[in-house]
Design a protein around this ligand. Structure first.
Ligand SMILES: [Zn+2]
Ligand SMILES: [Zn+2]
Ligand SMILES: [Zn+2]
Ligand SMILES: [Zn+2]
Ligand SMILES: [Zn+2]
Length: 346
């Protein structure tokens, strides 16, 4: 039913010298893949990454026409579904985009749109020095880059919560009538749980979509505190239990946490910061697509990393309050986050 792959990269987080490779595993049941925990890519020297199909005909044949881009996020990277990492030669670097283009002619604009919120979160973090990441506590990467436009379990945006800085631990909501005591990122677009087909339905309303619990009620129907029991009359649900998995790590929403950190805290923990926090930092073509919509256009990247206006690596500035505007590089549109989850069926 889902057409999900049954395997995932053995490496993670843009391991240099690796390529996304078509796996032979064929998803026929839609069952959730079982796999090992992702490993940290210790090495950061940029050699190359490339998208190389093991079976080109097979891969393209299954992606004809205007089917939704079969992408998912893994360890912070968007990956065409069914691909995994393997070592390749640097010369094959360009295959990343050429193959992706062959799969889908509007690949670039759609990837850019998918990553708009995370790009804005990354740029805002680099400029403010306040990094907000959603991940399992032991991870050395974020499953999701969070911005003030990101949605909380309580249904309100981070920017509608109390002021925060890089040392915040629990950021309560300040909306009237909301009891939320701590911001917790929740997916707000169906694409974020891998449900790309939703957006193609004629009657789809992106504003109305909500992530749901197994009890079928949305996160907003659940108590934002404690075990997050369901508040709907007659529902015996005592704890929010997500029927979807994080595509970056294959784990449930509940085992993730939202972390507020400064650049130096991230450095100490071995987490990416500065320009390495940009989506696809290790893959220049995809990085450019996310930044500009064009794989050959590195103007935004250069503006962010060189000369005046470059990302300040040592500027760890706290956000004083919610009136301190974040600077969203892309213009600050709302509309949800990217990547992160995919559904399971049981
Ligand atoms: Zn709230
Ligand atoms: Zn909240
Ligand atoms: Zn429930
Ligand atoms: Zn319920
Ligand atoms: Zn995750």
């Amino acid at each position: 039913m889902s057409g999900r792959p049954t395997s995932r990269p053995s490496g993670s987080r843009g391991t240099p010298g690796t390529a996304w490779q078509k796996t032979t595993a064929k998803p026929t049941t839609g069952a959730k893949p079982k796999s090992a925990s992702p490993k940290k890519a210790a090495n950061k020297a940029g050699t190359s990454t490339a998208l190389v199909p093991r079976s080109k005909q097979g891969a393209i044949a299954t992606r004809k026409g205007m089917a939704p881009i079969p992408m998912k996020k893994q360890d912070g990277m968007l990956v065409p579904e069914g691909y995994t990492v393997r070592k390749i030669e640097p010369a094959k670097n360009y295959d990343v985009v050429s193959f992706a283009r062959a799969m889908n002619p509007d690949f670039a604009p759609r990837v850019k749109k998918l990553f708009d919120p995370e790009r804005e979160a990354a740029i805002a973090a680099q400029k403010s020095g306040v990094y907000i990441g959603w991940r399992c506590p032991e991870f050395t990467w974020d499953c999701q880059r969070v911005s003030s436009m990101s949605k909380c379990f309580c249904g309100h945006l981070l920017g509608e919560h109390n002021s925060y800085n890089g040392h915040s631990v629990r950021v309560p909501c300040r909306q009237p009538g909301c009891s939320c005591k701590a911001f917790a990122w929740i997916p707000s677009r169906p694409e974020e749980i891998g449900e790309f087909w939703f957006a193609r339905r004629r009657d789809f309303d992106p504003e109305a979509w909500r992530a749901k619990c197994r009890c079928k009620h949305t996160h907003e129907d659940h108590d934002p505190n404690g075990m997050r029991r369901c508040k709907m009359r007659g529902c015996g649900c005592s704890v929010f239990d997500s029927p979807f998995l994080c595509a970056a790590c294959d784990q449930h929403w509940e085992v993730h946490e939202t972390f507020f950190e400064t650049e130096s805290m991230r450095r100490d923990k071995g987490l990416p910061y500065g320009e390495e926090y940009l989506p696809f930092h290790e893959m220049p073509e995809l990085r450019n697509i996310v930044l500009t919509g064009e794989e050959t256009d590195d103007s935004v990247y250069r503006a962010l990393t060189e000369g005046e206006g470059a990302i300040p690596h040592t500027n760890v500035r706290a956000i004083a309050d919610n009136n301190t505007p974040f600077s969203f590089g892309g213009g600050g549109r709302g509309g949800g986050r990217s990547g992160g989850f995919r559904p399971t069926y049981d």
